[in-house]
Write a protein that binds this ligand. Structure first.
Ligand code: TXA
Ligand code: MG
Length: 329
C-alpha cells in the first residue's frame, strides 16, 4: 500500500521524510517545526542550506501561523487559487525556523491541490516543508517512480497519487503591500492574477530581482545529458546533419519526425501548452538515456501561455543550437 495517509502522518511526526503528490510536482515532505527533519531534506537533496523551502499548509487559517502582514490581496489570491499551483511569499512570523527560510525574513506558503496530500495535511495538522523531490538541480518528479528512481530508500515513504496533472512547479508571487512580483513563472500567469485582483498590470512585475531568491539558479531542472534548443524552422536540417555525422540525440518536439526514427527517440509533444506542461518532465526523464550525445528540443511558441514552459526549457538547456553553429563545428 502506497496511499496510507495514516502511516505517512506517523512518519512525519517521528521526523521522517514522506514524498507526496501535488498537482505540480512531487514534494519531499518533512515536519516544518522539526529542524532535524528539515536538515534531512537538505541532505537528501544535496541542496545548499540557503535555498529556502516552501511550507505546505492545509487551510487558510494556518496562514497566521507562518506569516504576518496578511493583506486583502493575499486573502483574495489565496481564496481564489488555493488549493492550487500558486505559492505566496510573505513576511514571516518570528517563530518560523531560519532553516526553512535560509535566514530570510520571508516565508513561502501554499495549499496544494491533491486529494491524498490535502488529507495528509489535515491529519498531520501542521505545516509540511516540500521542495521538489529530486536531487538538487535535477529534473522534478511527476510520478512516484521518478521519486524512487532518484532518491530511493533515503525517503521513508512515498505517497503515490499518480501522475501530476499540472506538471510544472507552482507560480511564486512575492507580495509586498500593493506591489506583486512574480518570482517563478508557472501555470497561473500574471494575467490570471491581474484578472482576479483587478490591479493595474504595472503593479505586477515579472522579475526575480525584487527579492533575494537563492533557489532560482540559471541552470536548473536538468537531465543528465546536455540539452539544446532549436527553432522549428531549423529542426529538420539539424536532424539530418546529426544523422549524417553519426551523432545520436533524442528529440522533444511539437512536429512529427521528418524521417523514420531508427536508433533514437523522437517524443512528439501536445500542441496545447497545458497538456505539454503535464507531460514535460516525464518526457525528459524518458529521453534522458545513457547512450546519447544530448537532447534536442524544438522551441515552443513565444506566447504568454508557453512562458513557464520556455522558462524551464531554457534553464534545462546548455544553450541554443543553430544551423550556423553546427555547420562551423
Ligand atoms: O510546485 C511547487 O512549488 C513544488 C511542490 C512540491 O509544491 N515545490 C517546489 O519547491 O518547487 P522547490 O524547493 O523545488 O522550489 C521552491 C522555490 C525555490 O526556488 C526557492 O528559492 C523559492 O521557492 N523560495 C522558497 N522560499 C522563498 C522565500 N522565502 N523567498 C523567495 N523564494 C523562496
Ligand atoms: Mg525544485
Amino acid at each position: 500500500m502506497f496511499n496510507n495517509i495514516q502511516y505517512a502522518t506517523e512518519v512525519l511526526k517521528k521526523g521522517g521524510l514522506v514524498a507526496f503528490p501535488t498537482e505540480t510536482v512531487y514534494g519531499l515532505g518533512a515536519d516544518a517545526t522539526n529542524e532535524q527533519a528539515i536538515s534531512k531534506v537538505f541532505a537528501v537533496k544535496g541542496r545548499p542550506q540557503n535555498h529556502p523551502l516552501i511550507v505546505h499548509i492545509a487551510n487558510l487559517q494556518q496562514l497566521n501561523i507562518w506569516a504576518t502582514n496578511i493583506t486583502k490581496d493575499v486573502i483574495t489570491l489565496a481564496k481564489y487559487f488555493w488549493p492550487g499551483p500558486l505559492t505566496l511569499v510573505l513576511a514571516k512570523k518570528a517563530t518560523v525556523s531560519n532553516l526553512i527560510t535560509g535566514n530570510q525574513d520571508t516565508i513561502a506558503l501554499r495549499i496544494p491541490q491533491h486529494p491524498l496530500t490535502l488529507k495528509m495535511l489535515q491529519e498531520f495538522g501542521g505545516g509540511i516543508v516540500g521542495p521538489s523531490a529530486n536531487t538538487y538541480g535535477r529534473l522534478s518528479p511527476t510520478t512516484a517512480a521518478h521519486v524512487y528512481n532518484d532518491l530511493g530508500d533515503q525517503v521513508d515513504y512515498i505517497l503515490d497519487g499518480g501522475p501530476c496533472t499540472v506538471g510544472i512547479e507552482s507560480t511564486i508571487v512575492y507580495i509586498n503591500n500593493e506591489q506583486l512580483h512574480i518570482l517563478r513563472q508557472g501555470s497561473i500567469t500574471a494575467n490570471d492574477i491581474y484578472n482576479v485582483l483587478g490591479k493595474n498590470k504595472v503593479n505586477i512585475t515579472e522579475t526575480t530581482s525584487a527579492i533575494q531568491m537563492p533557489g532560482m539558479i540559471k541552470t536548473h531542472y536538468t537531465p543528465k545529458n546536455p540539452v539544446f534548443l532549436v527553432t522549428t524552422t531549423e529542426l529538420s536540417s539539424v536532424v539530418q546533419i546529426m544523422l549524417t555525422r553519426g551523432l545520436k540525440y533524442n528529440y522533444l518536439c511539437l512536429q512529427e519526425c521528418p524521417i523514420k526514427p531508427n536508433n533514437f527517440i523522437w517524443q512528439q509533444m501536445p500542441k496545447q501548452a497545458a497538456a505539454y506542461a503535464k507531460n514535460l518532465y516525464a518526457a525528459l526523464h524518458s529521453l534522458d538515456t545513457p547512450d546519447i550525445q544530448g537532447i534536442i528540443i524544438e522551441r515552443p511558441p513565444q506566447h504568454p501561455s508557453w512562458a513557464a514552459i520556455l522558462d524551464r526549457l531554457t534553464r534545462a538547456s546548455s544553450g541554443n543550437l543553430s544551423l550556423q553553429t553546427i555547420m562551423t563545428e
